[in-house]
Design a protein around this ligand. Structure first.
Ligand code: SF4
Ligand code: SF4
Length: 379
């Protein structure tokens, strides 16, 4: 360890070498690991499985209510297939192990019985591209205002999916086809690189491009989320010429009323993801979360709606116009893929949309509602 720290200190003055040092340290640590402890032997696997009494404590503790008890029973009878199904959904949170009265190494059992499936998983995610450039913002400003780019969808959540990982692709692809910009980060960015179609293409390959209509953009890890909020801030700065310094409230107001950007977290897993969502909310960007997001709900206390208290300023006619709060929600928890798609389209609609932009956004909202919810939206 002392040797490793020495290496890091020596490279402090050459930051471009840090990535190389990180890789070398990881390789050295891996060499020193006792690999025999990484996997269960056939006897150990057998011992773990035999201990299970099918008490179901693990099932009640699991955020997905995965039927570990049934899978254990099947293995006791010689079949591994059910554990392979569980592996596709399990997020390795460890809550089952904490609740097991027999201290069974449940995650190790799931992994060991699904090794072929795990080894077959390969992804095509590159490192994130970093911030959205001012030049890109200048190019998309007009199409965003006139609706040719109907919105910006930002999937930024963790892996705590309510169902299989494939849902992420199924939710995002309709928006890419309809020329929304999809800009992602973190676990969602990595998983998008794992999900391939019949031709072996990920969304990155099928919808390549920059921050532009129908482009699939990966800005980087979850700490790269400020690149996404930064893009919204740049729109306010470049197009509305809002000053940046000490002007958060006005910029957030502009984004809320004008920039059709919506955050999306199909798997809001950690406090970190919840705080990212809150940060987007403060900037006037609504966020749609999957079913597990209900536990992160919060009350935003503002002025209660009164007909004459909520208004916008009509700059053409130069007078105030009373409106209802819009968008009507900043944090929306949804149960199904269809609901997620429809809410994402709905929340891209903003009070200051141009007539043309509104027309196009409404068309997408209505069409997606018919396709995924079987009819016209309630509102
Ligand atoms: S809690 Fe442990 S013993 Fe009970 S069903 Fe789950 S794995 Fe089996
Ligand atoms: S580790 Fe997997 S099986 Fe265990 S509680 Fe978490 S999601 Fe469920």
């Amino acid at each position: 360890m002392g040797k490793t720290i020495g290496v890091l200190i020596r490279y402090e003055k050459a930051p471009e070498k840090i990535a190389e040092v990180a890789v070398r340290v990881a390789q050295e640590i891996f060499k020193r690991k006792d690999k025999s402890k990484l996997f269960l032997s056939a006897e150990e696997l057998n011992e773990e499985v035999e201990m299970c009494t099918q008490c179901m404590n693990c099932v009640f503790a699991c955020p997905h209510s995965l039927r570990v008890d049934q899978a254990m029973k099947k293995v006791q009878n010689g079949g591994f297939s059910m554990f392979k199904e569980l592996e596709a959904i399990c997020i390795a949170c460890g809550r089952c192990e904490q609740s097991c009265p027999k201290n069974i190494r449940i995650i190790d059992v799931i992994m060991q019985t699904s090794l072929d499936q795990l080894y077959a998983k390969t992804g095509k995610t590159r490192t994130g591209r970093g911030p959205i450039q001012d030049t890109e913002i200048r190019n998309v400003g007009q199409p965003i205002v006139f609706g040719q780019i109907p919105g910006v969808i930002a999937p930024v959540g963790c892996i705590n999916y309510p169902d299989k990982m494939e849902s992420i692709r199924e939710i995002l692809e309709p928006f890419l086809k309809r020329k929304y910009i999809v800009v992602t980060s973190g676990c969602h960015a990595m998983d998008i690189g794992m999900l391939k179609d019949e031709e072996g293409q990920t969304l990155y390959e099928k919808y390549p491009g920059s921050f532009d209509a129908g482009g699939m953009v990966n800005v980087g890890s979850c700490v790269s989320n400020p690149h996404i909020s930064g893009a919204a801030i740049k729109i306010a700065n470049i197009f509305a010429m809002r000053p940046l310094r000490g002007n958060y409230a006005e910029i957030a107001d502009y984004i809320l009323n004008r920039v059709g950007a919506v955050g999306f977290s199909w798997g809001p897993y950690s406090q970190k993801a919840a705080s990212i969502a809150t940060g987007f909310n403060r900037l006037g960007v609504p966020v749609v979360v999957g079913p597990h997001g209900t536990k992160y709900r919060r009350a935003y206390i503002g002025k209660p709606w009164k007909k004459d208290k909520w208004w916008v300023y009509d700059i053409r006619r130069k007078h105030k116009v009373n409106i209802e709060p819009a968008p009507d929600a900043l944090l929306v928890a949804v149960e199904t893929k269809g609901e997620a798609i429809v809410q994402l389209a709905r929340l891209c609609i903003r009070p200051n949309d141009t007539n043309q932009g509104r027309q196009i956004k409404l068309t997408h909202y209505i069409e997606l509602s018919k396709e995924y919810m079987g009819g016209l939206p309630d509102d």
